[in-house]
Design a protein around this ligand. Structure first.
Ligand SMILES: Cc1cc2nc3c(=O)[nH]c(=O)nc-3n(C[C@H](O)[C@H](O)[C@H](O)COP(=O)(O)OP(=O)(O)OC[C@H]3O[C@@H](n4cnc5c(N)ncnc54)[C@H](O)[C@@H]3O)c2cc1C
Length: 459
């Protein structure tokens, strides 16, 4: 692996193919045509090599938790992307691989005619393995580009302990990065270029039937509350900046109100870039304290999660917890659990706790869960599971299955936060030991929990 610059690494040692027909950008995570460092790098490469650019996006049927909801959200962004890439003079290929009999190895086939491959550098879920495999297979250079956060992940060379250790570093670097994005344009248009790859044309009216043909879990229905795509993300961003941001500081902790950005799913799928969001917030007509409060979440907390998954290979296990949290769990492993619910009971929201059931319902129906109840949701699964390991597996499974923003660095960091990650020891309690403890009784008093519970019943 060779570092090219602060956002780009070359993953293999191969030489550029001089007989190529194009440069290939494999768009895996940053599903957008602007504010995209990987796309910009690919355009620069194509222009430097006097080649056109081909952008490939694939959707397979066998990624973990593949279901109608996740598929729909991705497919809802395809039609607009084809239009946008066409406007930019770039050939966009989208392939929906719907089952075992569908063509395979599409990236490898496209790579045969490519000078080099540019791919998204994403630190968790299936992407690191995708990139490792393509770098191993390809006989041309493979470049992985980091367009995840506002500050490049490479600026933090090791795992940060908590928000208080990364915050001063971020604040120092931020003025260099929080500025408008320089977009690039291709010199050679490629919209009509023939490529050796099936191309699935997606129009909104066909999405349901396309999904029905996929060999995926059909039990998790598409969200009626969140629609995929950059245009829908931008519409929500506008509403947030104009109507919600001025009161964000207090309203963000009130699940009974529309008081937070609800942009995490658009950020997860890369429909929106955090830079675009941060610049919009920066320029908004809102109190500085509201902007600071929002940017703390969007930049400090989010980039801490990316730093964690980038540097900790145990990000998907309790082994990534700090020593004090592991010690605390060892000391309380035998503590009696007052309630013990099965995965099925939890998944169906069948516990004694109305607030917890409401949070589970919000997630199961809408595809997101409000941050404030999400913390309580995680803490209670720890209290109600026979072991810490089972609690962790349950949380990862439910979060990643139902949440559109799941399978993200924030998913793992958020769930592990419930077990003490990025936190500090608190007072001794049964089951939790010194890990921070939360109850529905006290959490529910901090907002109108009855209103929230009633709202989820109407979903
Ligand atoms: C158990 C648990 C599971 C979680 N799972 C996820 C997940 O799967 N995906 C996900 O994106 N977030 C997750 N979070 C973090 C947080 O709950 C969500 O980011 C937030 O609810 C998203 O709503 P919003 O966009 O309205 O946030 P806002 O309050 O508007 O915040 C703005 C943005 O900042 C980021 N952010 C906010 N809170 C956090 C946080 N605590 N840590 C890191 N980044 C944050 C998100 O990108 C968010 O969109 C989890 C937290 C917990 C406790």
């Amino acid at each position: 692996m060779r570092r090219i610059n602060e956002r780009v690494v070359q993953l293999n040692d191969a030489e550029t193919n001089d007989n190529a027909r194009y440069v290939l950008y494999w768009m895996q995570m940053y599903k957008r045509t602007s504010h995209n460092h990987a796309l910009t790098f690919a355009i620069r490469k194509a222009n430097a090599l006097d080649q056109p650019l081909v952008v490939y996006e694939g959707l397979k049927y066998y990624y973990p938790w593949a279901n109608d909801r996740i598929h729909a959200f991705i497919l809802e962004g395809v039609e607009e992307k084809r239009r946008e890439f066409e406007r930019l003079g770039i050939r966009y290929v989208f392939f929906l691989q719907n089952g075992k009999s569908s063509p395979k190895q599409t990236v490898a086939r496209l790579a045969e005619d490519a000078a080099c491959i540019v791919t998204d550098d994403y630190p968790c879920f299936i992407i690191p393995e995708h990139n490792r495999r393509i770098a191993e297979l390809a006989t041309i250079p493979v470049y992985a580009v980091d367009s995840n956060g506002i500050i490049p992940m490479s600026k933090f060379e090791k795992e940060e302990y908590a928000a208080y250790t990364i915050r001063p570093k971020i604040n120092k670097l931020l003025p260099n990065y929080l500025k408008p994005f320089d977009e690039e344009r291709v010199n050679i248009t490629s919209v009509d270029l023939e490529v050796e790859c099936p191309d699935t044309i997606v129009v909104t009216d066909d999405i349901a039937s396309l999904i029905a043909e996929c060999d995926i879990d059909h039990s998790v229905k598409p969200s009626e509350y969140y629609r995929g795509g950059t245009a829908n993300g931008r519409a929500r961003l506008r509403k947030f900046v104009e109507d919600i941001l001025p009161n964000y500081e207090t309203a963000r902790s009130k699940p009974d109100r529309d008081g937070s950005s609800r942009l995490s799913s658009y950020l997860h799928f890369g429909f929106l870039s955090p830079l675009e969001v941060a610049v919009a917030v920066h320029g908004a007509d809102a109190p500085q304290s509201a902007k600071d409060s929002y940017l703390e979440e969007l930049i400090v907390r989010r980039e801490l999660s990316f730093n964690f998954t980038r540097h900790n290979s145990n990000y998907d296990s309790l082994a990534s917890l700090p020593a004090w949290a592991q010690k605390s769990m060892r000391g309380h492993v035998e503590d009696e659990r007052q309630f013990n619910y099965s995965l099925e009971q939890l998944e169906n929201g069948e516990t004694h706790d109305d607030l917890w059931n409401a949070a589970q319902r919000e997630m199961a129906v809408t595809g997101e869960m409000h941050n404030y109840v999400r913390m309580l949701w995680g803490k209670n699964v720890i209290a109600w599971s026979p072991t810490y390991e089972i609690a962790f597996e349950t949380l990862v499974h439910l979060n990643n299955k139902y949440c559109l923003d799941g399978r993200d660095p924030n998913s793992y960091a958020g769930i592990l936060w419930c077990f003490g990650k990025h936190d500090r020891p608190w007072m001794q309690r049964p089951v939790f030991g010194t890990i921070r403890y939360m109850t529905s009784g006290s959490t529910g008093k901090k907002f109108d929990s009855k209103k929230y519970i009633e709202w989820t019943k109407g979903l």
